[in-house]
Design a protein around this ligand. Structure first.
Ligand code: ASP
Length: 584
């Protein structure tokens, strides 16, 4: 037996017992006549003691030679510590060692295995197995496990069935590029890795499975934006005989359960707002509602003077930044520089100081009087002590810019408290989205999403205005889930493909299997998928999903530990018919 207990188990009640432990040497302190070693495993740390009075000389020498991260097994007696450490669960005891076996030696780790390590990101990723020995990473993986177990139990109790769907499939267009896998047995042909199990889960509904879920890897070959992973995990779900509100209620239940189970927080009913409202109030379809700073549209009360910047703008819109009248002129100039950075792209910013005495001081005092500014304050909800920031320009652009500013200021003001959870549903997304590059409409969610039934006629006259039965679950400014009620009849699906620019032959080629299935009694159905990595990160009070994935890829999509992707040899390429046989 390698061990009788783990390194987190022993307490004062074990004093006098003989135990065997195994683990890694966290650190040692050598005072000459006495050596203490912290022994670590997944469960905690236990202090070992060797002293010249009670420990044979050879073992003292052996203990002295142990390096950091050596793997050792010890047998000894649990004794009470003279100076107890109340910060450690095992801090009242130590082990007076009688047998010491080195199970394996270790090179000096390239970074310290401490909560605050000296290792940079690259080094930690290269030696991820050492990084995982550190508490923060270990705790994150344990949290992820807890979340997945809670999800499985909850959904299973609601009669959902977990079904696995294939990874080697044909492409599904969900907006990103597919990773492809050459088929050796079918020369010149390729599988695609699923961007999501979308069509399969719909086919499971046709198959009568009724309530499906799967915790599943998805693959998207996107240009990596910050904190995106080419492979990521979804909690993928689908239900038959449901309307939007049924899906929303079911998965609000799941989310509420997770918040309670994992974070012990109770959240009241989640607000539901439409996409249009989200854009109007927050300039963003995934608003962070942990704080206010809602948009105030000022067109009516800001376009009646000689200020041409505003008069020529499609939208004039502002936010009240709480307490920010304390910003100095220099602070405000910096803020203006911030909104003018190419990443944000505003041309400038108008500001109004709301003074404690009820007066205003603005950057446009030449054009606007007290009465005007008081109205701006009223509409943006500004109180004395606040600073109103106003942007103007083309509506869509300016909303994005002000949203970026709102988030930045909230961050600076500490309003994005990771311990506060503010979920909401954003519903009624547009069905289609105009793509400037291809000059075509694309499905905003995916081509299987059903338009709102009363809007189908609008498809002919004003496609961009058609709303879909699509919804997102947003938590603390992140989209953590998204889904839709699906089209379940062949004619509507064919029409949809037509609008999206597929010829009937292309539609048949790529989605014939789904449209055929719709002819064999497809039930009305709909679903949702959660991004598990992000959900776990947020529940863990953090935002970086990499920290919640055991072996993540870096920002260039590489696994720097195993060094992938990598070349394959000519023989393999030939076998896969990726290169032609070269004459010898
Ligand atoms: N398959 C969709 C996605 O990956 C989710 C859904 O519509 O259920 O976003």
């Amino acid at each position: 037996m390698y061990r009788t207990h783990n390194c987190g188990a022993l307490r004062e009640s074990y004093v006098g017992k003989e135990v065997t432990l195994a683990g890694w040497v966290q650190k040692s302190r050598d005072k000459g006549f006495i050596i203490w070693i912290d022994l670590r495993d997944r469960y905690g740390i236990t202090q070992l003691v060797f002293d010249s009075e009670r420990t044979p000389k050879t073992m003292m020498e052996q203990a002295r030679s142990l390096g950091r991260e050596f793997v050792v097994q010890v047998t000894g007696t649990v004794i009470e510590r003279v100076s107890k450490n109340s910060d450690m669960p095992t801090g009242a005891i130590e082990i007076l060692v009688s047998h010491l076996t080195v199970l394996n030696e270790a090179l000096t780790p390239p970074f310290t295995i401490e909560d605050n390590t000296d290792g940079g990101e690259d080094l930690r990723m290269k030696y991820r197995y050492l990084d995982i020995r550190r508490n923060p990473v270990k705790e994150n993986l344990i949290l992820r496990h807890k979340v997945t177990i809670a999800v499985r139990n909850y959904l299973s109790n609601q009669e959902f069935i977990e079904v696995e769907t294939p990874y080697l499939i044909k492409s599904t267009p969900e907006g990103a590029r597919d990773f492809v896998v050459p088929s050796r047995m079918n020369q010149g042909q390729f599988y695609a890795l699923p961007q999501s199990p979308q069509t399969f889960k719909q086919l499971l509904m046709v198959g009568g499975m009724d309530k499906y879920f799967q915790i599943v890897k998805c693959f998207r070959d996107e240009d990596l934006r910050a904190d995106r992973q080419p492979e990521f995990t979804q909690i993928d779900c689908e239900m038959a005989f449901v309307e939007q509100k049924d899906i929303i209620n079911t998965f609000e239940g799941l989310t509420r359960h997770l918040l309670k189970e994992i974070n012990d927080v109770d959240v009241a009913e989640f607000p539901r707002i439409t996409y249009d409202e989200a854009m109007q109030r927050y300039g963003n379809d995934k608003p962070d509602i942990r704080f206010g700073m809602e948009f105030g549209e000022l067109n009516e009360i800001a376009q009646h003077k000689e200020f041409n910047v505003f008069n020529s703008a499609e939208l004039v819109v502002g936010i009240a930044v709480p307490g920010a009248n304390t910003y100095t002129r220099k602070d405000i100039d910096k803020l203006i520089d911030w909104v003018r950075r190419p990443q944000v792209g505003a041309l400038g910013m108008v500001y109004v100081r709301c003074n404690e005495d009820g007066s205003f001081k603005s950057s446009v005092d030449k054009f606007f009087d007290r009465e005007d500014l008081a109205k701006w304050a009223e509409i943006t909800g500004a109180k004395s002590g606040d600073l109103i920031c106003v942007l103007s320009g083309a509506a869509n652009k300016v909303r994005g810019q002000l949203s970026a500013l709102r988030m930045e200021l909230a961050e600076r003001l500490g309003l994005r408290d990771p311990k506060v959870f503010a979920p909401l549903w954003v519903v009624d997304f547009p069905l289609l989205e105009w793509d400037e590059d291809t000059e075509r409409y694309h499905a905003m969610h995916h081509p299987f999403t059903s338009p709102k039934p009363d809007q189908i006629a609008l498809l002919k006259t004003d496609p961009g205005a058609v709303k879909a039965n699509a919804y997102d679950l947003v938590l603390n400014g992140n989209e953590i889930g998204g889904g839709s009620i699906r089209i379940h009849d062949k004619a509507t699906q064919a029409m949809m493909f037509d609008y999206l620019g597929f010829t009937p032959d292309e539609a048949k080629e790529q989605f014939g299997f789904l449209m055929n299935a719709f002819e064999f009694g497809a039930p009305p159905h709909g679903g949702i998928a959660f991004g598990l990595d992000r959900l776990v990160a947020i529940l863990g009070g953090q935002e970086t999903i990499r920290d919640f994935i055991a072996f993540p890829k870096n920002n260039s999509g590489r696994d720097v530990m195993i060094d992938a992707p990598a070349n394959i040899d000519a023989e393999q390429l030939k076998e896969l018919s990726l290169i032609l046989d070269t004459p010898k």
